[in-house]
Design a protein around this ligand. Structure first.
Ligand SMILES: Nc1ncnc2c1ncn2[C@@H]1O[C@H](COP(=O)(O)OP(=O)(O)OP(=O)(O)O)[C@@H](O)[C@H]1O
Ligand SMILES: [Mg+2]
Length: 441
């Protein structure tokens, strides 16, 4: 996780969901306060996503700074649960020195689509009864002995088999630390070995952390289902690495993934889905501060939203009428009209003093800060006069000030001192205006 993402989420750590019960928003619930209309709308969006009725569409959260747009997007992610991929990107992150803007967006979109793959593989499984290693001279160094083959006897409760194995396979066994009495599984396609633990009752073998497992029953060779989830981006990376030997030598991170690789991945995934081998898990791509995108990125996004394998897009902006970046066209929220046209728009409104107070209380609890009653009132004053964020940011400095004075609780004086030491946005603008002459120009 990048630092920016970490910062963005840590101030929202109190948010656990949308706080809706029986379709109705609680006044305070799951860490969210007020903003009932927007929460109701967000809840409907969650239902639409779950029912698969959001394809090709998107959501735009609009409202003044600090009114909970990012908080709502996070709440939506929490409601959707772990199984739905949720990728978050800040508009400014598309401007990177290493990648094209469209590449950054494409990657983010493809990370937001999961593929749950079911694979039946032929395996062998059993407890290792006996390993016989045959040694021979090293091909390049005749003085060194290496395993050149051997036999391994596997058993289940009902079956037993002795297999003749290659030198490479013996080396794999040794590398995995397999010894007699271990239960292992062999993937018959790749000949990979998985050591599952010590067979129950196979004698002491006191290595810390070694699991004991039941001896398997049934026949040694069988088919087993494996289920794993990857994203389209993971598959892109795997295919583009495999595509060129040079990529193994140069750089772990591909600069650009070719459209051909992506097309091949898409076709493969579609054939898996058609063949019942995989399910798609369309997720959500959240682009915060979306007015930072430019016209090129917007038209790319509009087109991409219509493609078959597109995630649901959630956007947020705190701009009113403003120029679309890269043009002279003024548009609502700095978004092109044709994109706006495809979006369900949810607005957030300014908080009342009481709501600010409740949010500050929740934040204080989250940060383990004890506030006296008058400290909370003072903070709420700053929340109204300056901003909710400013008030929330004063809490930790105020706590340190209170600790310095051996006070167990943050009181109004500590808040006052913190506010004097740390300027708000309007405070710093005022200071700049007063000091204009003294600054370098
Ligand atoms: N209704 C709410 N309930 C609880 N906490 C909230 C609520 N609204 C906002 N917050 C918290 O207040 C802080 C500011 O809100 P947030 O960052 O979501 O605002 P925003 O609308 O995204 O602002 P910006 O336009 O500047 O990005 C965050 O810590 C957020 O978790
Ligand atoms: Mg925000």
């Amino acid at each position: 996780m990048s630092l920016a993402v970490f910062e963005r989420t840590s101030v929202h750590s109190h948010i656990k969901g949308l706080g809706i019960r029986n379709g109705k928003p609680l006044k305070i619930g799951d860490g969210l306060v007020g903003q009932e209309e927007a929460r109701k709308a967000a809840w409907i969006v969650v239902q639409m996503i779950r029912q698969g009725r959001m394809a090709g569409r998107g959501v735009l959260l609009v409202g003044p700074p600090g009114t909970g747009k990012t908080a709502l997007a996070i709440a939506i992610a929490k409601e959707l649960g772990e199984d739905t991929p949720f990728v978050s990107l800040s508009g400014s992150e598309i401007y990177s020195a290493e990648m094209k803007k469209t590449e950054v967006l494409t990657r983010a979109m493809r990370r937001a689509i999961g593929v749950r793959v079911h694979e039946f593989r032929r395996i062998m499984e059993g407890v290792v009864k006996k390993i016989d290693v045959k040694l021979g001279p090293h091909p390049y160094n005749p003085y060194q002995q290496i395993p050149v083959g051997g036999t391994i006897t596997l058993a289940t409760k009902d079956d037993e088999k002795t297999l003749r194995v290659s030198g490479d396979f013996v080396q794999e066994l040794l590398a995995k630390g397999v010894s007699e009495g271990d239960v292992i599984m062999i993937d018959l396609e790749t000949y990979r070995v998985y050591r599952q633990g010590r067979a129950k009752g196979s004698g002491d073998y006191d290595i810390y952390g070694t699991r004991t497992v039941e001896v398997p029953s049934g026949s040694i060779e069988k088919e087993r289902e494996f289920v794993y989830t990857v994203t389209l981006h993971d598959l892109d990376m795997m295919h583009s690495r495999a595509g060129s030997i040079l990529s193994l030598f140069f750089g772990a991170e591909e600069k650009e993934i070719s459209p051909e690789v992506r097309q091949r991945v898409d076709e493969t995934v579609k054939s898996w889905v058609d063949g019942g081998k995989a399910e798609l898990l369309p997720g959500v791509l959240f682009i915060d501060d979306v007015h930072m995108l430019d016209i090129e990125a917007f038209s790319f996004l509009s087109r991409a939203m219509e493609s078959e394998l597109a995630p649901i897009i959630i956007l947020a902006s705190n701009r009113g009428f403003t120029k679309i970046r890269g043009t002279d066209i003024v548009s609502p929220h700095g978004l092109p009209r044709d994109l706006l046209d495809r979006l369900l728009i949810i607005k957030t409104r300014q908080y009342t003093r009481d709501e600010i107070k409740e949010i500050l209380k929740i934040r204080a609890k989250e940060d383990k800060i004890e506030l006296s009653e008058d400290a909370l009132e003072k903070l709420a004053d700053y929340g109204v006069k300056e901003s909710l964020r400013y008030a929330a940011q004063l809490m930790i400095p105020a706590k340190i000030i209170a600790q310095r004075e051996n006070k167990s609780k943050v009181d109004a004086a500590a808040v006052e001192e913190a506010a004097k030491l740390f300027l708000s946005m309007s405070g710093s603008a005022k200071y700049l205006r007063e000091m204009e002459e003294a600054f370098l120009k």
